[in-house]
Design a protein around this ligand. Structure first.
Ligand code: SAM
Length: 275
């Protein structure tokens, strides 16, 4: 008998994977967690029926959400990740020796525990000595901060449930206050094919707060439509002029050329950013 997992990406579109085994399933206070072992993408983390990450293609998403902001800043010392309980973003941040303090603000302890148990390739840096894991709502946590971080990375779930507020103007205002004077925010902002309205809204909200805003793209095969967007707000540095001198080690997707080209937007995406 064959077992298949299907994510209903839209009411009219499904993404299916042949499954070897369901390794873990739990209902937490926030979401349903599943870890599947798939033939095509290896182990896969699924939250509320939506693919969050897979061992085969996670490197693209995690390298792009981390290295673009960290190489844009000349000397990132303190980095906050909101969400990101799988640990992939932390693993990429841990490649920077100049980073002294990493905070992971994840609402659901069971995501962190499932990642440590079933996704060791992704979660390996959750033991980094510079990391503090806070099991908190990122929206609450950010409100208490003033000029505390060089970089804030919003590695959130889709804007449903506890993640809805991570896409609100009031959240971005709090992020602005929580960033140091040369700080940078990057947020994952879904697919330009399927979530155009969301990208437009987030971009407008960031633009009302940050002096520099830009959008960049990367292909992520297991995410809806395969084309993913990241929205960046910067108080000072232009991401097209990266200030970082050192290149992160062991990247498989990120290069300085990819950094530049990710900001070259197709016309239909460019149009989403126009007033
Ligand atoms: N890379 C992924 C994607 O784009 O699909 C995101 C992965 S990561 C596992 C997302 C995490 O955000 C989840 O573990 C979820 O628990 C967390 N999260 C959602 N809302 C949150 C909030 N308000 N504060 C902190 N963490 C939150």
């Amino acid at each position: 008998m064959e077992l298949w997992y299907t994510e209903k990406q839209t009411p009219a579109l499904g993404f299916s994977c042949k499954v070897k085994e369901t390794l873990y399933r739990a209902q937490t206070d926030y979401q349903e967690i599943a870890v599947l072992d798939t033939f095509q993408f290896g182990r896969m983390l699924v939250l509320d029926g939506m693919v969050q990450t897979t061992v085969a293609d996670e490197f693209i998403y995690h390298e792009m959400i981390v290295h673009i902001p960290l190489r844009t800043h000349p000397q990132p010392r303190s980095v906050l990740v909101i969400g990101g309980g799988d640990g992939g973003a932390v693993r990429e941040i841990s490649k920077y020796p100049q980073v002294e303090r990493i905070t992971l603000a994840e609402i659901d302890l069971q995501v962190v525990e499932a990642a440590k148990r079933f996704l060791p390739e992704i979660s390996s840096a959750l033991e980094d000595f510079r990391l503090e894991i806070k099991i908190v709502d990122g929206i609450e946590y950010i409100r208490s901060l003033q000029a505390a971080y060089d970089i804030i990375i919003v590695d959130s779930t889709e804007p449903v449930g506890p993640a809805v507020g991570l896409f609100a103007s009031s959240f971005y205002e709090a992020v602005y206050r929580a960033l140091k004077p040369e700080g940078i925010i990057v947020a994952q902002t879904e697919s330009p094919f399927l979530n155009a309205a969301l990208i437009r809204t987030v971009f407008r909200r960031l633009k009302a707060i940050f002096p520099q805003t830009s959008l960049y793209l990367a292909p992520v095969p297991t995410y809806p439509s395969g084309l993913w967007s990241f929205s960046l707000g910067s108080k000072c540095y232009d991401p097209l002029q990266p200030q970082g001198k050192l290149l992160p080690r062991d990247t498989r997707y990120y290069t300085p050329q990819v950094h530049r080209s990710a900001f070259s937007l197709p016309r239909f995406v460019q149009e989403l950013l126009e007033e």
